[in-house]
Ligand binder design. Sequence first.
Ligand SMILES: O=P(O)(O)OC[C@H]1O[C@](O)(COP(=O)(O)O)[C@@H](O)[C@@H]1O
Ligand SMILES: [Mn+2]
Length: 654
Amino acid sequence: MNKALRLLSERFPDYESASTELLRLTSILELTKGTEVFVSDLHGSHETFENLIRIGFGTIEQIVDSTVSVDTSAQEKRELLSMIYYPQDTFELYEHRVDRKESLTRVVSNMLKVMNTLLGTYSMGRFNEVMTSKFDAVIWDLVNRNATNQGYVLSVIDNLFALHLENNIISDMAILIRKLSIQKLHVIGDIYDRGSGADLIVDQLIDHQECDVQWGNHDVVWMGAAYGSEACIANVLRVSLRYGNIGTLIRYGIHLIPLATFALKYYGDDPAIGFEPKTDDDEAMSDAEKDLNKIMHKAVAIIQFKLEGQLIARRPKFNMDSRLLLDKIDFDQNTIKINGEIHKLSSSFFPTIDPEDPYSLTHDEDELIFRLKKCFLESYRLQAHANFLFEKGGMYKVSNNNLFFHGCVPVDQDGDFIPVDLGRGQYQGKSLFDFLNQTIKNAWPIKVGENAEYSKDLLWYLWTGPLSPVFGKDKMATFERYFTSDQLLHTEKKNTYFSLRENEAFCIKLLGEFGLNSTDAIIINGHIPVSVRRGENPKKGNGKLMVIDGGFSKAYQAQTGIAGFTLIHDAWGRQLFTHLSHKEEIVAQSGYLNKFKKEDLSRHKKLHKVKDCPEGEVITERIDDLKDLLRSYQPASICLTSPKVSHIQQQVLN
Ligand SMILES: O=P(O)(O)OC[C@H]1O[C@](O)(COP(=O)(O)O)[C@@H](O)[C@@H]1O
Ligand SMILES: [Mn+2]
């Protein structure tokens, strides 16, 4: 018995357990391919996200269309969709109808049909994981008997009405349909920052039965903060204050009074021009609150530049000396020298910077950051969310011929992979992703020692380093944007990857690097908003690469002109959904309104089963291994079985 087989035999030590597993896997191959949903750049827009989860990212409408009978009117279909998406709001539509009972019975019956269609993509084991209602047994019974025994189903529904449980069961069925509609949810980074509800989104992701997150730069910086990186902590505080959004910090229990007290003490008289919160809701803060927000924002920005300076000095291999700017300030002239040129600074008020030692924290700054760090490390909720991101997250993933990662693969002008040495060996292309992935994942749960310190700094590098695949720009011009007015200094130059990906041959080369050679394979990225308004296309490299950052973040919707993209990969192929609206427009008095556009990216001639997909190939390999194992068990079991059974065994094993 070879090593692989021996390992398998530890999990399946006898003929019975191995053959049960073989049967389970064989039946999965016959299932319809489940729906995979790809989203990116959610940026704290939890209301938009909640809405998209409720509408199954647009897929539930498709299933309803293909499932309910042709004589269902458009109005009835809209009401059914409303009921699945927002049952509590939709019950009101039925409250005073004379035919309430008949209408709701039809709703239940249609929901059962929808569930039945969705079940075609689930094994029993997976289906059980999704079920969480106290009505599970009733729902399961109804789904199974709906096609064959209508009399039975109607009598159960009748009883539910008699017990006044119809609304409860409908809501639970709606939840189940919503869950079943998205078999795998892939988030391609940037859950955090800009909007105020990132933590609420993570709650939803944790709740989903199969969700993975490919880290974005705005996620790694929060992971770094949760890990206790002071530079990351300063960054997440600064960005939260920049957007006047402290909801996530508050729900994480990050205590901001020490920062407010510090800011009042040192910056109380500073107009802090340039530190106004970028909020789209003028009512959200009073003028006094905005003033306080401004000085807290500036105070933490200065602390950030100091901590980053210290980090850059202790990690020479990060090669970021060009970001050391505080020591280039002439405090007498109020200027800064960048790339040999002198620029005027917009503020001359730096009460905590010692010109002789600009990167050292003052005693009060040191104490402040110590207290803040304690909050980040002791926040149970933040740590639980970080745990999810470290465990379910990664630098990239391959699933059914989709290769997805947030930003870029760093390349030079010719499209060759740049060798990157961050102090732990040189890596490029896929090996760079694997190195980063392993180093970050191995660091969790929080450890002490040099490896942990390195990982902490690496998380910060990933947020802002020029060769970070999740950032991919030559610099983050934060200091320049706050303190200088020269637009040229504000420019962040993107890695060549972002222009080369327009080229099909380049995309094919990348896919090959990650082991994807099928003509069906594509890359999916987020990170750079696609401005549909300006005529930009999310499709790059002749369809070999899709960029799905469409502006879930309200802050970016004016730029993109839409409310986000989702890419759906189901049994029929891939589709791009362009979302145009939010909840208010969806639940109107008349029920559901269609507010997204769909575009086929690829369409199979026939419905794909699991066995037709790459995931099926993996399962088939596992089945072959199990067959080998069963052969090794066979002699003992044959003498225990009748000739008839061993004949069946022989068929399965062939
Ligand atoms: O104006 P803001 O929101 O501070 O964001 C600007 C910063 O965000 C970044 O664009 C990074 O965020 P994204 O990953 O969302 O692009 C930086 O390159 C830039 O300095
Ligand atoms: Mn990003």
